[in-house]
Write a protein that binds this ligand. Structure first.
Ligand SMILES: [Zn+2]
Length: 359
């Protein structure tokens, strides 16, 4: 018999309390969070702690007494879960039920097999895509985009590998990925972007494309993009530019828009997009902190390189090549190291939250 008992403990306070559902074999905690809030999950003193940033919880202490969860305590930016011994937690995100929100879901379940016999989970594989290269310099200002993207990608690779993460680069030198004989500019860009996108296959864990911004009017700061229609003209302009610029960029942007509308009707793609959004938010928050750069936010845009990703995939703009201050900063190795640290921290945080095992 399958009996579902759902306890709604949010007593009239929308968006302020966690929702707890008691199910056969597991307990589910759901937090409705605004899109700008990030979270971190860690173990502390026998508790599972969900630390929020950019959002506060109504203070309360509630006894749940399910086989998996003894009680929870909400205070400020922390949600403390007192879990039963041997319980494992798995966290994931879903699109929110109202615009501007997302749902953080944490499932608590008793470990099915003894810890010693459990096979090792597959090691994460991160794909880093240094934008442009070879005949395509990307943005040129106080720095040349293709040089900065490669340098930053190599730094992120080094940091992640030190943490035991496997890293695959789409390029590790000054080249694009189009066949050497191809002379047609349009075909070159399509083949180049297709090859990069093709590396975001299901055998990998996540995909991060690294770029440098430029703007007609000087601006400064960092931005992170996931696949979708552009909401504002700035995101549209950026998509055209990163899709090859000029007529090539216009054409690839239109093609990506049509594809995006179709792809996003697919349920798997929708779930993947929720993860991409979360990855974008996490990287954006850590990057703007580490690089001490203005936070220009997370946006959606019809970016060709992200369009067929089977895994969480984002594009990061690490600063503006043509901004008098930021352009010069990008030329400095210590600033690029801070950028790399921010991106790596974002990736590590996302990986840690995605499949968290509580012991
Ligand atoms: Zn670029």
């Amino acid at each position: 018999m399958r009996r579902w008992l759902v306890l709604l403990l949010a007593l009239g306070v929308a968006l302020a309390s966690p929702r707890v559902g008691l199910h056969e074999g597991f307990t589910r905690i759901v937090l409705d969070l605004p899109k700008n809030a990030t979270y971190r999950i860690q173990e502390r003193g026998g508790h599972l702690v969900i630390r929020l940033s950019g959002y506060r919880l109504e203070p309360e202490r509630v006894a749940v007494k399910s086989p998996e969860l003894v009680e929870y305590q909400a205070k400020g930016e922390e949600l403390l879960l007192r879990v039963a011994p041997g319980v494992e937690a798995k966290a994931f995100v879903l699109e929110g039920t109202t615009p501007g929100t997302y749902r953080l879901v944490v499932d608590l379940k008793k470990g099915a097999v003894p810890a010693a016999k459990k096979p090792d989970p597959p090691k994460p594989v991160v794909v880093l895509d240094p934008g442009h290269g070879g005949p395509d310099p990307g943005a040129v200002g106080y720095v040349v985009e293709k040089e900065i993207t490669l340098d930053v990608a190599l730094r992120v690779k080094r940091i992640l590998e030190q943490k035991g993460i496997r890293v695959v680069l789409t390029r590790d030198r000054d080249t694009d990925l189009a066949p050497p004989g191809e002379k047609d500019l349009w075909k070159r860009k399509v083949l180049d972007l297709k090859k990069r996108a093709g590396m975001a296959d299901a055998k990998k864990t996540l995909f991060v494309s690294i770029h440098v911004n430029s703007a007609p009017r000087p601006a400064a700061g960092v931005e992170t993009y996931y696949l979708g229609r552009a909401i504002d003209p700035e995101a549209q302009r950026l998509a055209v530019w990163e899709n090859g610029g000029g007529e090539v960029g216009q054409r690839l942007t239109r093609e990506t828009e049509t594809l995006t509308d179709r792809v996003l009707k697919d349920l798997v793609a929708q779930a993947n997009l929720a993860f991409s959004t979360q990855l974008a938010r996490t990287i954006q928050a850590r990057l703007s902190e580490a690089a001490r750069s203005p936070d220009r936010g997370v946006h959606s845009a019809p970016l060709y390189v992200l369009r067929y990703a089977r895994i969480p995939a984002v594009l990061v703009e690490v600063g503006f090549a043509n901004h008098p201050t930021e352009g010069r900063l990008l030329a400095r190795p210590e600033h690029r190291e801070r950028i790399a640290e921010g991106i790596a921290e974002g990736i590590l945080q996302f990986l840690a939250n995605g499949a968290y095992a509580f012991k």
